[in-house]
Structure formats: structure tokens, C-alpha cells
Design a protein around this ligand. Structure first.
Ligand code: GLN
Length: 199
């Protein structure tokens, strides 16, 4: 196993620390050559539009596309979830969606920065709830066949619209969360990623 953390923009250091807490070392990925030998790749939280542009200019877009085509294991949080999705609503027209997991997302779907919130989530496979920090997070608006929802969050979207929406999803090789498990000192999703996504 060889864990890489995409380090173009966003909270890649926090992901490295989350892995360090479970004694997993990881290396930063900034250029196509950094992808050599990687088996598990993390897409951090941050700004998906900025990361998308940097993926093009760094030449990583092609290398990561190939990694996904070969069923490489990927874990995306928040902006990382957006990049791994199939369809992005309210994104920039030229924004990259790798389509690694068949979901549609709406950027900033829970509202603006001031609407950021935390919630306790029941995650399938974990025996106690996990605290989720949702920071200008995407909302999953569609889940395709072959995608398993591991956790949902209930949110008050406004007048008479309290809804439960998926917050953690997976397929055979891609894990995504709309919140940031890397900022709450709880590495259980990182552990699930390295334990259960063997390629
Ligand atoms: N709103 C950001 C985006 O669209 C994601 C926010 C985050 O990663 N905390 O990329």
C-alpha cells in the first residue's frame, strides 16, 4: 500500500496528520511523477474550482484519470468529493469531474460559509457516531446504481424542507464524504479507506 495525498490546494496536511494518527505514512502528490507507485489517493477539502485548474496546469489530470481507470483507490472529502463525482451542479463550466463515483453534487448546497455546521453522523460499520464538520459543503443530489450510502445527514434547508441527504458514499474503489473527517481528530474513515479499499 502506498498512500498519496493530492497537494495542489486545500487541507492536505490535515489528511497526512489523520493518517499519521493511525500509523500510515503518506506522500504529497503535486506532479504526475509523484503518482508512480501510488495505490491509494486522497482528494482533500479546499476549493474544487482552484484544484480543478491546478489539475490541468500540473498535468495531473491525465495521470489521475488513468489511475481511476485502473480502479485505483480514491478518497475525497468535500471539494475532493466534488472532483470525484460524475456531475457537478453550480460549478464552473470548465470544472473537472473525474466521474469516479456515480453521484451528482451541488456545490455549496447547504448554503454559504455562515451556514457551515457540525453534526453527529451514524456511519455504517462504525460503532459510535462520527462528528462531521460541513464547511461550505456539497449536497449529494443523486446516487447512482452501484453506490452505497454509508451515512446521511438531516438538514433544515428552509421553509418546510428538512431533508436527509447522503454524507458518505462508496463504490468498489471510491470513498467520498461531504464533510471533513480530517479536521476532527477521528481517523476512522481514513482507516476504513486503507483497510477496505485494497486494490
Ligand atoms: N465549496 C467548496 C468547493 O466548491 C468546497 C468546500 C470545502 O472543501 N470545504 O470546492
Amino acid at each position: 500500500m502506498n498512500v498519496g495525498v493530492l497537494a495542489l490546494q486545500g487541507d492536505f496536511r490535515e489528511h497526512q496528520e489523520a493518517f499519521a494518527r493511525i500509523d500510515v505514512s503518506s506522500k504529497l502528490v503535486r506532479l504526475p511523477k509523484d503518482m508512480v507507485g501510488i495505490t491509494h489517493l486522497v482528494f482533500p477539502g479546499g476549493e474544487s474550482t482552484a484544484i480543478s485548474m491546478l489539475l490541468e496546469s500540473s498535468g495531473l489530470f491525465g495521470a489521475i484519470g488513468e489511475f481511476l481507470a485502473n480502479q485505483g483507490a480514491c478518497f475525497g472529502t468535500c471539494a475532493g468529493m466534488i472532483l470525484l463525482s460524475k456531475e457537478i451542479h453550480d460549478g464552473r463550466a470548465d470544472q473537472i469531474a473525474f466521474g469516479g463515483i456515480d453521484i451528482s453534487v451541488r456545490r455549496n448546497g447547504f448554503g454559504r460559509q455562515v451556514d457551515s455546521f457540525e453534526a453527529d453522523l451514524q456511519v455504517k460499520g462504525l460503532d459510535t457516531p462520527m462528528r462531521g464538520a460541513f464547511i461550505r459543503a456539497p449536497v449529494v443530489t443523486r446516487v447512482g446504481a452501484g453506490v452505497e450510502v454509508l451515512a446521511s445527514v438531516t438538514y433544515d434547508f428552509g421553509p418546510n424542507r428538512i431533508e436527509s441527504v447522503p454524507a458518505v458514499c462508496r463504490n468498489a474503489n471510491v470513498l467520498v464524504s461531504s464533510f471533513h473527517p480530517e479536521v476532527t481528530n477521528d481517523s476512522r474513515l481514513h482507516k476504513l479507506f486503507v483497510d477496505d479499499f485494497r486494490v
